[in-house]
Design a protein around this ligand. Structure first.
Ligand code: C5P
Length: 279
């Protein structure tokens, strides 16, 4: 069985505060985008990972293997899988690539083994694997709260283009969250962003962009600032970092601007990709 594992971006991310368990209370507007990995799972006696990128671990640090182990424990089976992954989404990028792969594995095992999992069970399993996995299982524009497990989807039909630009260097999510506690940071209004998306208010979307993790991420990877500036200079209407970085995205309605900027920026310094919100 084969499935696509869609990346996400955060159009708004507010770190409301630190919790006693080391995690942070969040409020986010998350949207899936038309950019994906492809994962194939075939039932097998041995666990096997076949990947087209050598830098990915093939043990429990790999979110796909982690998800399979969580499913085996919870549903009491010892069947393994031959996993073949076509990896396109960059890692340490703030695009939930690893979480999307884990979510695709959970969805496929649910179907292959006829587990008939409820939405709540899916979210519980996803949470055990990683904070962004519950969202990747639902895969719809949503207001996401808690540490990522409270998900309220909403309907929207955005008609703008996105250009992703990622500096070569990535960001460690853990380090970024550690740093945010010791900094003054932005607290953007995620409810305003939701409203703007629902009403298809383009200027409202641009005005509500914000990410509490951007300032700490820039301290860790200064090239994030350069990538943002490059998109602003090119003429994009809004520019923001996604998640804990290091990907930034530019928003515009001008497809030619996207194509032109892609040509300018692609090469040694940046990974670039034209995409859209998946609705
Ligand atoms: O859950 P996940 O493994 O994706 O999270 C990676 C790290 O990000 C956690 O170890 C934690 O330090 C940080 N984190 C956080 N608050 C969240 C989500 C993640 O502090 N809501």
């Amino acid at each position: 069985m084969k499935d696509r594992a869609f990346a996400k971006i955060n159009l708004c991310l507010d770190v409301a505060g630190a919790r006693d368990d080391g995690y942070h209370e969040l409020k986010m507007i998350m949207v899936p985008i038309t950019f994906y990995d492809v994962l194939e799972l075939q039932p097998s006696r041995e666990m096997e990972m076949i990947m087209d990128k050598a830098y990915l671990p093939a043990d429990d640090r790999n979110t796909i293997i982690k998800a399979i182990h969580v499913m085996q424990r919870r549903y009491g089976f010892d069947l393994n899988f031959r996993c073949t992954l076509q990896k396109h989404i960059p890692t340490r990028a703030g695009l939930a690539g690893g979480s999307a792969d884990a979510a695709a594995a959970i969805r496929m095992i649910n179907r292959l083994m006829r587990l008939n999992m409820s939405r709540e069970e899916m979210i519980e399993v996803g949470r055990e694997v990683g904070s962004d996995v519950p969202f990747c299982l639902i895969n719809k524009p949503a207001l996401v709260e808690g540490t990522g497990e409270k998900i309220q989807e909403f309907e929207c039909h955005p008609d703008f283009e996105l250009l992703l630009v990622k500096p070569r260097k990535g960001v460690s999510t853990k380090e970024c969250f550690r740093l945010v506690d010791s900094m003054e940071t932005d607290h953007p209004d995620c409810l305003k962003m939701r409203e703007a998306l629902i009403c298809n208010d383009y200027q409202g979307v641009i005005d509500s962009l914000g990410n509490s993790l951007e300032a700490p991420a820039v301290q860790l990877v200064s090239q994030i600032k350069d990538a943002k500036q490059a998109l602003l200079d090119a003429g994009f209407d809004g520019v923001l970092m996604s998640g804990s970085g290091s990907t930034v995205f530019g928003i515009t309605k001008d497809k030619e601007l996207v194509e032109k900027t892609m040509e300018q920026l692609k090469g040694q310094k940046y990974f670039v990709r034209h995409t859209n919100i998946l609705v």
